[in-house]
Design a protein around this ligand. Structure first.
Ligand SMILES: [Zn+2]
Length: 251
């Protein structure tokens, strides 16, 4: 039975993933993502249903526009697949518990930020403002233990990034600061500190990798949002395990 639910969650995930692609690309440009049809950004041709099947269209068209043969970003199928896998993981980890809602909130926010930060280096204020009441409502109905961990988490994260921005003068942006504040409220102060350390660690490892493979050079600006999202997802799905190991190591 659970296998069927996992498959259904995966299908939902890749469909939602293709929606997150659209939101992440249109929101920073102030375009509507609910009314106008999808179109090729290269030749402006409106895409039909066959061009927009998640993952499959990308594979059958070999990542190119049917009309002008312009290359589509690999980010499209990547986001769709990733969302599918994360929807399944959410279900496998949390089952039919209320934290499943929290997981889906985090996955959807994360995938939209992944797209908009990689494409435009922006975490849209509109997006964070949309998620703020959702996260507050969720943590009001299903509070952390103790409940004030959310408030301490939001304040700690916000201040921490504020100081980092002040010291490094541009290592992170105000979008990262607001995102961290939101994550602090959702995850609580201990987990959001874990997100902070993990995101810096992941950022360092990936940057060194990209530099040594000469995909980027020292002057290439790299968005920090995706590292925060990877770290937040790891913390949400495995944070208590990680902190358990840490306590074991320290003791
Ligand atoms: Zn085209």
């Amino acid at each position: 039975m659970d296998v069927y639910i996992a498959i259904i969650m995966f299908m939902f995930g890749i469909i939602f993933g293709s929606f997150f692609n659209v939101v992440g690309r249109r929101m920073p440009q102030g375009e509507s993502f609910s009314t106008s049809r999808s179109y090729c950004s290269s030749c402006s041709q409106t895409l039909n249903g066959w061009d927009m099947i998640p993952v499959l269209s990308y594979l059958t068209l070999r990542g190119r526009c049917r009309y002008c043969k312009a290359k589509f970003s690999f980010l499209y199928p990547l986001t769709e697949l990733l969302t599918g896998l994360l929807f399944v993981s959410s279900f496998l980890v949390y089952g039919w518990s209320y934290e499943l809602i929290g997981a889906l909130i985090l996955v959807s926010l994360g995938m939209i930020i992944l797209v908009s930060d990689l494409v435009y280096m922006i975490i849209p204020d509109h997006l964070l403002l949309f998620y703020l009441p959702l996260v507050i409502l969720f943590r009001t109905v299903y509070p952390l233990e103790p409940w004030y961990s959310s408030i301490i988490g939001a304040l700690t994260a916000f201040l921490l990034i504020f100081i980092i921005i002040f010291i490094t003068q541009g290592g992170m942006g105000s979008g990262d600061m607001k995102l961290f504040g939101l994550l602090g409220f959702l995850l609580g102060w201990q987990q959001v500190l874990l997100v902070f350390f993990l995101s810096i660690l992941i950022g360092a490892v990936i940057s060194i990798l990209l530099l040594s493979l000469r995909i980027i050079d020292r002057k290439t600006p790299v968005p920090f949002g995706p590292y925060i999202i990877i770290a937040a997802l790891i913390s949400y799905f495995a944070g208590s395990d990680i902190m358990g190991w840490y306590v074991l190591l320290v003791w």
